[in-house]
Write a protein that binds this ligand. Sequence first.
Ligand SMILES: *Cc1c(COP(=O)(O)O)cnc(C)c1O
Length: 345
Amino acid sequence: MRSQGILEKYASWIKLPDHAIPLSLNEGDTPLIPVPKLAKGLGGGFALYVKFEGANPTGSFKDRGMVAAVSEAVGSGATTLICASTGNTAASAAAYAARAGVKAVVLIPEGKVARGKLAAAAIYGAKIIQIDGSFDDALTLVREVATKLPVALVNSVNPYRLEGQKTAAFELCDELGRAPDLVCIPVGNAGNITAYHKGFVEYDAKKKTGVPTWIGVQAEGAAPLVLGKIVAKPETVATAIRIGNPARGKEALEVIAATKGKMLAASDAEILDAQKLLASEGIWVEPASAAPLAGLMKDIKAGCNLNGKTVVLVCTGNGLKDPDIVSLPDPVKVRPLFEEIRGLL
Ligand SMILES: *Cc1c(COP(=O)(O)O)cnc(C)c1O
């Protein structure tokens, strides 16, 4: 079958205004990878899958929401898009802006933005502005700019982002035949968990596919929804979720409550261990995307019962985005001779 982007594939489910000019980079349709070895290592008795969103065109799930938001924005006449970003939103906005032939301006926080994300924003032609402040400061600023200047805001406070992002829930139901029992997801600005839940609820209303329970996972140094208060200086190796005041935090907590789920915090060490475990299955994700596994492992340790359940880890972004987090061993150096290699095997 010819590959389609999400706006075409799920056209009847995505609410966009008539003025939208549909774009596509053939985003979505990402692999749902069974990881039985990993499930067994965690005690077994349940089916475990990775939804590998790093296979999207710019390497993260952001493409699903961005294609919808940019389609609406350019259809409404916008010639400049703006967003605050920890990196992946910037890369995605820049790519779809390039696709549509409009300008993208991205505001990034001071400090760590993963190299692969900045490189992407740069090569797609975005104007990159670093502010002397956090992601949350950057988001406040772009919201102000978008009300005062003729630019379109494409952060996940833009409702069309959620319309696109909810398609990942549709894909899970289409592939599994129904919704999973439990879904684990990293939570930064909390747009993604909000969008997935919306998708599951809408599908369930028409197709009776069910609605899963959620485990939302934040990083310990950036866990406002676990602590119940804003974190002024969020810190974590999982830079994509280094957010102290999530724009959709209230919605995320409502999703957790409505599905009898949990919001957990994982330490950087737990996140990096989970990243290695996923890699041991052949799946390289960026640190934020390993947080769901770290959270699931915590919940298993705490005695949760997964017997007979279907569990999905939403792995939001590709490991290639953040190569610097991987410590490289010094390669063994030898002369180019068969004997030298044989001696090493
Ligand atoms: C944006 C992002 C997140 C966080 O998603 P929210 O919608 O902000 O909660 C998690 N992981 C990756 C890789 C991201 O790019």
